[in-house]
Design a protein around this ligand. Structure first.
Ligand code: GLC
Length: 478
């Protein structure tokens, strides 16, 4: 090839690439850039909320981790039971539908418990990977409307709103039911029939994606304001525009719900905050056009993530969807301390419940949430609307910040009755949140502030001290 020809060829290649970038894979309009001020305004309630309830509930809940009268596993996500037993959708539906019988008023009980625990928002599975939609859908007959003649999404949204909670939909883009979902296109995403030929001959993934968009449009147009869309999930080999026409999907959602907050799981690439397929593989940066926040799963990032909005989602035992075989319940103390730890690192805590097939909540979860609520009743001001701790480590616990006030969460009560805080500061006053009318003695001692405490911890889980300062502290040990 002569140089002239080579130049023309590369020019054509460059402009073709540019065209692809501008139009995105599907010709979808590129999301207009939002100003930082408008994004901050949109994110404010979420950043202040700090604590939400996650609910995994669907057909799998009735199966409860059991197939052919045997436990499928004692640990791990039983919302994946269809995939674990490699059942096709008809077999799965035949077994699961008779076991999915929501009692009247189940949603009111969820919302009341979320409120009592101190959660500010509720995110529930409008559809999980099994493809069963909880709303009354015109584009599917594998939905609560067709099967139960109920709109469970409406029941849940109404109940949450009545308790003053913000509401979000967890929506799976993976779909093990739809007959056009081309599961062979991804090696990394799960499917019960993986490795097997399509039972219905060829599939056209585009038709599935059209369906997905139509189903999401129902959810974003028929239930009033939707505060969160919690997408789940993509892989490095199948994501974004190619897999879901993601930019177009997000733009359509924003057109219906301008204030909505979305996570980054329509993608699995570095620009969207992902380093790997691991649920803790984060790059530490997120371009907001791919989503508003990142979602560490089942763990708390060691040092938080300054500049990024993040939310740790966690189970109370080891499964998201209900299993009668999973008894690995975490104690309430652990969950309260997780909430504090997360707030001290500037993140949100999305704590999961897996109601049973009748919609009732396992008693262990009810008990734990009530215990969290008791703690929150006294100490909520040390969680809501706080920002991260100025200390990278405190030997006795954690701290959160609100303006010039520090909240000190004491996990390990000092044996000598004196709490040492590694900072220099002018203190206005220190009080226990459990006894706010009695000022605690405070003195400056070199590079430390020392607070004299009662002999025993008023709360063995975490006692909170509100320390009001005249100006920001100078931290002396980092
Ligand atoms: C994973 C699982 C899913 C669960 C989700 C919660 O992506 O596939 O079952 O819903 O994590 O974060």
């Amino acid at each position: 090839m002569n140089t002239h020809k080579a130049k023309i060829t590369s020019l054509i290649a460059v402009s073709a690439a540019t065209l692809v970038l501008t139009l995105s894979a599907t010709g979808a309009p590129v999301t207009p850039t939002e100003t930082t001020a408008s994004r901050d305004a949109r994110m404010t309630w979420w950043r202040e909320a700090r604590f939400g309830m996650f609910v995994h509930w669907g057909l799998y809940s009735g199966l409860a981790g059991t197939w052919n009268d045997k436990a499928v596993a004692k640990k791990g996500g039983m919302e994946w039971i269809q995939q674990r037993v490699k059942a096709d959708t008809d077999t799965y539906a035949e077994r699961a539908i008779p076991r999915f019988k929501p009692v009247p008023g189940f949603a009111k009980a969820w919302a009341a418990l979320a409120k009592e625990a101190g959660c500010r928002y509720l995110v529930f599975t409008s559809k999980h990977h099994d493809g069963f939609a909880l709303h009354d859908s015109k584009v599917s007959d594998f939905d609560a409307g067709s099967v139960l003649h109920r709109d469970l999404v409406k029941e849940i949204v109404d109940a949450a709103r009545a308790e003053g909670l913000k509401v979000g939909f967890y929506h799976s883009v993976i779909d093990w039911h739809h007959d056009q979902y081309e599961y062979a296109l991804s090696k990394q995403l799960p499917h019960p029939l993986k490795g097997k030929p399509y039972p219905n001959g060829t599939r056209d993934h585009k038709k599935y994606v059209d369906y997905l968009h139509a189903e999401v449009a129902e959810l974003t147009s028929n239930y009033g304001p939707v505060d969160i869309l919690w997408w789940d999930y993509s892989s490095q080999d199948f994501q974004g525009d190619v897999a879901w026409r993601a930019m177009e999907l997000m733009a359509a959602v924003r057109a219906d719900q301008p204030a909505i907050i979305m996570n980054n799981r329509l993608f699995r690439c570095p620009e969207a905050g992902w380093k790997s397929m691991g649920t803790d593989g984060f790059t530490g940066a997120l371009d907001p056009k791919y989503g508003d926040f990142i979602t560490p799963e089942q763990h708390i990032p060691a040092t938080g993530m300054p500049g990024i909005d993040w939310e740790t989602c966690m189970t109370m035992n080891t499964t998201w969807g209900y299993s009668e075989h999973d008894h690995a319940w975490k104690p309430a103390k652990k969950m309260i301390r997780n909430l504090i730890d997360i707030a001290s690192k500037g993140g949100n805590y999305l704590l999961n419940i897996g109601p049973k097939g009748d919609g009732t909540i396992p008693p262990q979860s009810v008990e734990a949430l009530k215990a969290i609520g008791v703690w929150m009743k006294v100490n909520h001001e040390s969680i809501y609307a706080t920002t991260a701790s100025p200390f990278s480590k405190l030997v006795w616990g954690r701290a959160t910040t609100k303006g010039k006030t520090l909240y000190l969460h004491v996990f390990d009560w000092p044996a000598n009755g004196t709490l040492s805080i590694p900072m220099k500061a002018e203190v206005v006053q220190a009080v226990l949140l459990s006894d706010p009318s009695n000022a605690l003695p405070v003195k400056a001692d070199g590079a430390q502030i020392k607070i004299t405490l009662p002999a025993t911890a008023p709360d063995p889980v975490a006692t909170v001290i509100r320390l009001e300062l005249r100006s920001p502290p100078v931290i002396t040990v980092l």
